[in-house]
Ligand binder design. Sequence first.
Ligand SMILES: [Zn+2]
Length: 103
Amino acid sequence: MNQVETKCPVCGKWSSGTGKIGARCPHCDAQFDPMRVQYAEAKRLNAEMTVKDSYLIIKDSDDTIVQMSKEFINFIRWTTFYGISIVYFFIAAMIIIFGLVML
Ligand SMILES: [Zn+2]
């Protein structure tokens, strides 16, 4: 017995649901758990946005110029990220070196 009895929030009838996201009532075709469906959808969109935002996807159908500029922008983004890390590392190193000199 791995089937779950689900009560439909719209028509109030019981049916054996599978517990899957987006399961619908066999009596009135209402979604059992619209909030859960929305949440899953929002999470999926959010993940897509994160991927799109983190780098530019280079397609084979793009012109060479477009591919090159996308690669360049990606390069700048990564350089900026690592550049900031290196600056912090450099500052930390300077503090340690000056600290040792002052002793
Ligand atoms: Zn129903």
